[in-house]
Design a binder for this molecule. Structure first.
Ligand code: EPU
Length: 429
């Protein structure tokens, strides 16, 4: 089993890149199903979730390759060839590995009038239903039933049938439900309005890509999105560069916040990270934007703050394990409230094993900062919490071994190499 071995090191210095955003790349890949032909995506991270999504697309009939292939492709670009005829099925073996596979539902219904997608599994942090996705797609005319663990969706009229634009009101601004309905609406007959849409930068990136494919979308990035359906889309004439990963950027900021030092994230996008940067400032980290990128410096012990997670532009739930880890060594007491995912405090037990003083009560955690953590064997319960435990190890006396490293590989290209390049003592064993 793969693990990270972490020892305390010096302060961090150097320049790194966050890389392309996982939660954008996965949706852009699914969007390629909407048009026959060759699509080129630049800056797609080399992570396990992207490999799983490539397998999903291949099961559906597309071909996915890396390489300088095609007129616009560059080295390392992801080239997706979508055929005229698709197999509208996402099999259990793949969806079970990655819940985000559910974003093929909208494109398949729009393109083929049919979709069979296994009910998603995914991260181990609580019940994650897809009722909002199904409500949105049903409003556009899709009909669903659950058969043998699969969601079987169809559009009345079969392969010739089309979804019909409607006003869709989301009960909650679900990120992937917004992606799914947006991708369905671009080929629907008439105008779709999505109210209470998710406002994440990754939704705007998807809308930009779809627009380059010929879609007509207004308002992406706000909670009111309008889509005028078109009869057909085409591959974007230019390769599309995935926006940088704000959660990876926040991981690196958290690392320097705790270890101290001075780093530059060359592709950091502060305009995508307003709230978390404000919290970083309150904790005592100085973040500035210059021509070289996003620069973060930290020299003193962090000060505790209170944090509540909220849908974008609030503090994202994905940042929370890093915030809790920072608070565990900060001066004072911080209260952290999780408003999105019920079970997303499981890693707290692992931090406690490292000497953190954290009490959880329902969806709140009270974190009393200690001066130093103590290295221990711990287990990565999910992607972000796993990365946070690696950072905790950098602040702990002695050696920390983070097992179940495969969770971390889902969203980080090579976390050990990135942190080591800044001077941390982190290796992969
Ligand atoms: N929800 C429902 N019904 C639905 C959909 C969501 O009740 O049909 C609930 C969820 O159970 C949860 C809340 O709504 O309590 C938020 O879910 P949302 O749908 O917004 O999250 P998501 O789209 O499933 C994406 C990211 C997550 C990120 C969240 C919040 C992807 C692939 N995943 O998930 O990222 O935490 O938005 O921003 O885009 C990660 O990268 O590891 C990750 C988990």
């Amino acid at each position: 089993m793969d693990r990270f071995v972490v020892r305390p090191g010096d302060s961090l210095h150097g320049t790194v890149s966050a890389g392309g955003a996982k939660n954008s790349a996965l949706k852009l890949m699914a969007a390629c199903l909407l048009a026959e032909g060759r699509h080129v995506l630049a800056g797609v991270p080399r992570i396990v979730d992207v490999e799983i999504m490539a397998e999903v697309l291949e099961a559906i009939g597309a071909q996915v390759d890396r390489g300088p292939d095609g007129p616009h492709g560059g080295p390392g670009d992801l080239v997706i060839d979508t055929p005229a005829t698709l197999v509208p099925e996402a099999p259990y073996e793949l969806v079970e590995k990655m819940r985000a596979s559910v974003v093929v539902l909208g494109p398949l219904l729009a393109r083929t009038g049919r979709a069979s997608v296994s009910l998603p599994g995914g991260d181990d942090f609580g019940n994650r239903p897809i009722d909002i996705h199904l409500h949105g797609l049903s409003t556009l005319g899709a009909v669903f039933e659950t058969v043998h663990g699969n969601i079987e969706g169809s559009v009345p009229g079969g392969a010739e049938g089309r979804l019909v634009g409607q006003r869709v009101v989301f009960e909650y601004p679900s990120h992937t439900a917004t992606d799914n309905v947006l991708m369905a609406a671009v080929l629907a007959k008439g105008t779709t309005v999505i109210e209470n849409a998710a406002r994440e930068p990754e939704v705007s990136d998807l809308a930009d890509f779809l627009t380059h494919m010929g879609a007509r979308i207004r308002g992406a990035g706000t909670s009111h999105i309008e889509v005028d359906g078109v009869d057909e889309l085409h591959p974007s004439p230019q390769s599309h560069r995935v926006i940088p990963d704000r959660v990876v950027a926040a991981t690196l900021l958290s690392a320097v916040a705790m270890a101290g030092g001075d780093i530059v994230i060359e592709d950091g996008r502060p305009d995508h990270m307003d709230m978390v940067l404000r919290k970083m400032g309150d904790l005592g980290v100085t973040v500035t934007q210059g021509p070289e990128g996003m620069r973060a410096t930290s020299t003193d012990r962090l000060h505790s703050v209170d944090v509540a997670t909220l849908p974008y532009p609030g503090v994202a739930t994905d940042y929370k394990p890093f915030l809790v880890t920072m608070l565990s060594v900060a001066d004072g007491v911080g209260i952290v409230t999780e408003n999105l995912f019920a079970g997303r405090f499981r890693y707290v037990d692992e931090l406690r094993r490292m000497g953190a003083d954290i009490r959880t009560e329902g969806h709140h955690a009270v974190v009393r900062g200690v001066r130093r953590l103590s290295g221990a064997p711990v287990r990565a319960p999910d992607l972000r919490a796993g990365a946070a435990l690696v950072l905790a190890g950098m602040m702990a006396e002695g050696e920390t071994v983070v097992s179940d490293a495969q969770h971390i590989d889902r969203g980080y290209e090579d976390l050990a190499a990135t942190l080591s390049s800044l001077g941390a003592d982190v290796t992969r064993a």
